[in-house]
Write a protein that binds this ligand. Structure first.
Ligand code: DUC
Ligand code: ZN
Ligand code: ZN
Length: 478
């Protein structure tokens, strides 16, 4: 068991910032000390195995990305990051825990879906990993199987109001699953878009010759996100289920969440970097020599990018500031242009939905600190502490304090990160949705449970390091 002293840095927790040294013993944080402290008369620097000088830099808890889809079979193909490549990219970007989604489809057993995800991830992860359970077929068997999930450390499940014929649940199924959520303490996660209505609009657009990627976002109108969010909130209110709405992109959906929270309801919302920075207008004009008007497929994801002119991005930042939204995850679901996104040439409906961002979430959110949208502590709260509390990891993860796992990032606010292929990109994609982004700040050093994953020489981790995270119930249950 080795010891490390991270010295001279500014420790940033959700509760505040302090100049402090962090002593790591084995896999955990042993002490957070006043700078230069001696312990029982001993100069710590002389006794530890390694000293990391974090002078002028931030020391933050490792990022937790609570929404990823490694090697997810979807849209007629499979997400291009494996657990190995995706968690390695996570480590590069300062994320030391992920929560991925095990999948049960209609007609399949929940137990089999979960076992398949354990099989895919075990021994393949550079960082710690947990699972939510997608329940794509709510019936008497899956409802019964949900009773055992908490014991398995799977304390949240996701339902879809979109994707009819794939993952879709109707209102009756949602109601039953939410009743189970209330009974067991499982947190209900909701993909809130009205899928049947989207499919009608998408077909009408296609038949009218409107086939380019831009029309993906037109078919997935904000009204259909707002409506589904409202319906999910009402069903949660009726059943008493705690509700977490994933990948919120429409300002009207945020308004629904805020109104429900103001009424005292236990509902939460997550947004993603793409909804903070990217817009439908960018997609409208997108064209390139290589891909022509298929270029916009690089940003096809669901929920879709929204109009900047209508103020959706500003509303997301505001909601992060005011706690109407509580977390930022990536919905990391990468596909290559060649052989994957290009399946949708001539028909936007066939473009696999997803964007890859796992490597850049910590950096992209830090820009909110640079521009004055959020405070340093709020940055840490959004990318690590609240995900830890929300998904039953807090204490172990999400905080720099004695007894917590030694998941630490040394972040240099004076550093610089250039995003793009051939630059900081390590995700298994043949393009970057973030090509050309220049970021103030840099992830300099990353530790997970006492093992260094990234240092000045680059990635030094291993795919066998990451352990399965058996999660407790959400700390937001009332
Ligand atoms: N949205 C995406 O963009 N990809 C994966 C699934 C989802 O809901
Ligand atoms: Zn979703
Ligand atoms: Zn997702």
């Amino acid at each position: 068991m080795s010891t490390t002293l991270v010295t001279g840095g500014t420790v940033v927790n959700a509760t505040g910032t302090a100049q402090a040294d962090v002593l790591v013993d084995g896999e955990t944080i042993a002490a957070v000390l006043a700078p230069g402290s001696r312990l029982l008369g001993t100069d710590l620097k002389a006794t530890v195995d390694q000293v990391v000088d974090a002078t002028g830099r931030y020391v933050i808890p490792g990022g937790i990305d609570a929404h990823t889809h490694m090697q997810m079979p979807f849209g007629g193909t499979e997400a291009s990051d494996t657990f190995e490549t995706g968690t390695r990219a996570a480590a590069w970007g300062g994320t030391t825990s992920i929560i991925d989604f095990a999948i049960q489809r209609y007609g399949e057993r929940v137990e089999d879906g979960l076992a398949a995800w354990h099989e895919k991830a075990a021994g393949q992860c550079a960082v710690d990993y947990g699972f939510h359970q997608i329940v794509g077929g709510v019936d008497e068997f899956s409802l019964k199987a949900m009773d055992s999930l908490v014991d398995e450390g799977i304390t949240s499940f996701k339902l879809f109001m979109a994707y009819p014929g794939v993952f879709y649940s109707d209102d009756a199924q949602i109601l039953r699953a939410m009743q189970k959520s209330r009974e067991t303490g499982l947190l209900t996660m909701m993909h809130a878009e009205n899928g049947p209505a989207i499919d009608v609009l998408a077909e009408q657009l296609y038949n009218a010759g409107k086939t380019t990627p831009f029309f993906h976002g037109i078919a997935r109108a904000w009204q259909l996100e707002e409506e589904a969010t409202h319906r999910a909130i009402m069903l949660a209110d009726l059943t008493g289920a705690p509700l977490y709405v994933v990948h919120v992109s429409a300002k009207q959906a945020v308004e629904q969440l805020a109104a429900a929270r103001d009424r005292g309801q236990n509902v939460f919302g997550e947004t993603c970097p793409q909804y903070l920075y990217l817009s439908l207008e960018d997609q409208l004009g997108a064209t390139s020599e290589e891909w022509g008007d298929l270029e916009g497929a690089k940003w096809v994801c669901s929920t879709p990018l929204r109009s900047r002119a209508d103020g959706h991005q500003d509303a997301m930042w505001r909601a992060l500031r005011t706690n109407d939204l509580q977390t930022v995850s990536t919905d990391h679901c990468p596909f290559c242009m060649k052989g994957q996104k290009d399946m949708g040439a001539g028909d936007f409906r066939a473009i696999p939905n997803g964007i890859g961002s796992i490597e850049h979430r910590v950096d992209l959110l830090y820009q909110g600190v640079v521009t004055g949208e959020i405070t340093l502590s709020r940055w840490v709260e959004l990318i690590s502490t609240t995900p830890a509390r929300m998904f039953g990891l807090y204490g172990r993860k999400g905080v720099v304090q004695p007894g917590a796992d030694a998941d630490l990032v040394v972040y240099d606010p004076a550093g610089h990160t250039s995003i793009g292929l051939g630059k900081s990109h390590h995700m298994n994609m043949d393009y970057s949705a973030w090509e050309g982004y220049e970021i103030d700040g840099h992830v300099d050093w990353v530790m997970s449970r006492g093992s260094v994953l990234v240092d000045e020489s680059g990635y030094v981790g291993s795919k066998t390091h990451g352990k399965f995270l058996k999660r407790d119930l959400t700390q937001y249950l009332v």
